[in-house]
Design a protein around this ligand. Structure first.
Ligand SMILES: Cc1ncc(COP(=O)(O)O)c(C=O)c1O
Length: 441
């Protein structure tokens, strides 16, 4: 459709990401403001944020400390070249991230998004082995139903069919572990499910098939968010760690959703007590306010590159905006906010209340499974026969009308509220969702 240049706010030009564009443009849903737990719509309605934006506004919306830090940095030093030059905020932020990271993580490489963090980690893994003289280790192992952003590396190791099938042959030399969703055995589990740790043994089969000496890394979300909140079965991550270690394969945790407090610890690695070799993060790092990502690595990975003549660049990788001053200022203010307000601890304290509230939806119309961990949860709906995703999308639209923001993926409703959420908000969120589901076709 041609652009209507006469209409001041024609919706036609903006091709919206991961959106049913035609549906949206017929009945737009516009946010024009936000504060703490709520969005304000263009019609002036308040909508309770059940998703922390896109799993990213962990401290809630328009937090003055973060906004002020951004404004201050923008007038002090707006930009500094990211290559061969530095500025203090990026170094400071890297240190503050390492302060809260699991022991063993010692270095930070800045990116601008979760997708870029993933590409960076995958490249680092392959280059690490090459730097150590194991250049044949180029294979990457992901997992079915995994989400690692939308760039070519990420969709290659990812396992969400719709995100892959339109885009050609993807990266060579990638294999996938099976996903860990066992509804027959684990439905309505509270927290980590009992069954499925042995699915990690599939890695041994993959290693036997390709040879360990050809495998660079395994990448998984410690808790898979975007596919609809799939938790690691008890013992699963420990097994993955043991098998990767045994074969000299790097383990990458994609913590783009789980990082910065979502599960009640700074990172899922600490929550589950399993430390990988690299971690990808973004989203909550800047409270979603400014794009920024960070890849955390062990000293071993970093140090493998620190060789050769000192005037030489050690890693031919980076972005114009790696460690951007304004983003770094936002990151620092965000981490301070988390700390000052004890938001990670708050998430851990609220988790049992959240769990019981979510599981009170058992028996509600259409609900076939409920899963939760920390301040994240999913309610899976029976799909309409022959029309997958339609029921959950209708629930999303109805929920929005009734004043709550939820997110859907397939026929799964996912929720991940800001960590500042109060119990009364949880009651509203779950109560409204129950009403929505009971009156849904
Ligand atoms: C685990 C994981 N990795 C990567 C990404 C991609 O992040 P971005 O959308 O910032 O590129 C996401 C986004 O939801 C994610 O959940």
């Amino acid at each position: 459709m041609a652009l209507d240049r006469k209409t001041p706010n024609d919706l036609n030009a903006f091709w919206m990401p991961f959106t049913a564009n035609r549906q949206f443009k017929k009945a737009p849903r516009m946010f024009v403001g936000a504060k703490d737990m709520h969005y304000t719509t263009a019609e002036g309605r308040q909508v309770l944020d059940g998703t922390a934006g896109l799993w990213c506004c962990n401290a809630g919306h328009c937090r003055p400390k973060i906004s002020e830090a951004i404004a201050k940095q923008a007038v002090e030093l707006d930009y500094a070249p990211a290559f061969q030059m530095g500025h203090p905020a990026a170094f400071e932020l890297a240190n503050r991230i390492i302060d809260i990271a699991p022991e063993g993580m010692e270095h930070v490489f800045f990116t601008n998004s979760g997708s870029e963090s993933v590409e960076t980690a995958l490249k680092l893994a392959i280059a690490y082995h090459r730097a150590r003289g194991e250049g044949a280790r180029t294979r990457l192992i992901g997992r079915e139903r995994g989400y690692h952003g939308v760039n070519f590396g990420g969709i290659s190791v990812g396992g969400i069919v719709t995100n892959r099938k339109m885009f050609g042959s993807l990266l060579n030399g990638v294999d996938h572990l099976p996903h860990t969703h066992l509804p027959g055995q684990n439905a309505f589990s509270k927290g980590q499910p009992e069954h499925g740790a042995t699915l990690a043994d599939e890695l041994e089969r993959i290693v036997a098939l390709h040879g360990a000496e050809t495998i660079a890394a395994v990448i998984v979300e410690p808790m898979a968010g975007s596919t609809g909140v799939l938790l690691p079965p008890k013992g699963y991550l420990e097994k993955l760690r043991a098998i990767t270690q045994k074969h000299g394969i790097l383990l990458i945790f994609d913590e783009v959703i789980t990082g910065y407090g979502r599960l009640g610890a700074p990172f899922a690695a600490q929550h589950y007590g399993v430390t990988p070799d690299l971690m990808t993060t973004a989203k909550g790092l800047t409270n979603g306010v400014i794009p920024m990502g960070a890849v955390l690595t062990s000293a071993e990975v970093h140090d493998a590159f620190m060789q050769g003549p000192e005037h030489m660049i050690e890693l031919f990788h980076g972005y114009t905006y790696s460690g951007n001053p304004v983003a770094a200022a936002a990151g620092l203010a965000t981490l301070e906010t988390y700390k000052e307000e004890g938001l990670f601890e708050r998430a851990a304290e609220l988790a049992p209340y959240w769990q019981e509230a979510l599981h009170s939806l058992k028996g509600t119309r259409h609900v076939i499974d409920i899963r939760n961990e920390g301040l994240i949860g999913a309610v899976e709906l029976e799909p309409i026969a022959g029309e997958p995703t339609k029921r959950a999308f209708s629930a999303f639209l109805k929920a929005y009308e009734k004043g709550i923001l939820i997110r859907t993926t397939g026929d799964i409703i996912a929720m991940s509220p800001p960590l500042i959420i109060e119990k009364t908000h949880i009651d509203t969120l779950i109560g409204t969702l129950k009403d929505v589901l009971e009156t849904l076709d």
